[in-house]
Design a protein around this ligand. Sequence first.
Ligand code: NAD
Length: 357
Amino acid sequence: MVGRSTDETSPPSDEIEYTSGVLIIVNNGTVLVTGAGGFIGHHLTSYLVERGYHVRGVDIKRPEYEPTQAHEFMLLDLRDWDNCLRAMQGVEDVYMLAANMGGIGFIETYKADIVRDNTLINMHTLEAARVMGAKRLFYSSSACIYPQYLQNTPDVTPLKEEDAYPADPEDGYGWEKLYTERVCRHYTEDYGLQTRVARFHNIYGPLGTYDGGREKSPAAISRKVALAPDGGTIEVWGDGLQTRSYCYIDDCVEGIYRLMQSDYQQPLNIGQDRMITINELVDIVANAAGKTIYRQHDLTKPQGVRGRNSDNNHCKQVLGWSPQVSLETGLAQTYHWIHGELVKAGRIQPKAELSAD
Ligand code: NAD
């Protein structure tokens, strides 16, 4: 094992007795990634395996686009308490990424499902980590916890961590994230479980969902541009003047790992601080595709907050680092991966995209 544990001798395996005489071995140094069948969890699993960790991935599904590198992969529904106990056996570090989630259209449509599922997953995972003697737990929160009253204009001031209160998060997914952040703090204060909390700002990259309703804007726009002919028109949700920042997946997993190794106990932004409009996002993707693309704006579709950007001052101070990958590089990687997937699926011809005229 490397990283924080390099200098530590392997912790002894302890045995505890839990409910009705079941003997469980804890603390043999396994790293658990929940949501390892999903976008960030899959990339994080590969990152940790490459660094020598013994990784157990857990999810209700396997990764869709390539096999997992996890040493063990358990198909479990983590809304269920017994499954959380099974997942946690022998675990030292927990990366908690499992969630029922999607892009803005999804989270604004399925609020009850999202809040119920994620509350069950998160409370059971935290409690299982405590009961089973895990040492440290990473929780993936979101920029959706930030108050909506600070995000009403496109030229928004970057959001710093202290801005979270007075609370007015996204109504549903965002409230659940903010609440679970607080539960993490209580588990640290009351039980000594070390928790680390990141607030992700729009993570994107290859091997993420790009179709079906759960995809985020970079993937959705990449898909639309890939499917459009040169000179064609794509639909853009809202007037396209809403702003966001976007963080490439390699930076995200690097930030997760650095935060997990740090002693920082407060929530920390992990995001890029370059803010662009959705129209500019379309232009960067079109440029990566080598196409001229026109935009048709659909004002009836959900757009989320009007503007959002990440303040990275704490990130730089705490981690001595901030996201590095440029939008042009990251979006080109993402576009070409999605294009390749659409070719594989037979939805576009490799070199036979027709011009519009
Ligand atoms: P994702 O949907 O690709 O991954 C989440 C995974 O959780 C999925 O594979 C899903 O099957 C799994 N899951 C859902 N319900 C489960 C259950 N009951 N039991 C076990 N597994 C279950 O999403 P992602 O983009 O990889 O996000 C990972 C984490 O980061 C989530 O907690 C998400 O809320 C958070 N986050 C992501 C972003 C982003 O931009 N991608 C932004 C903010 C926060």
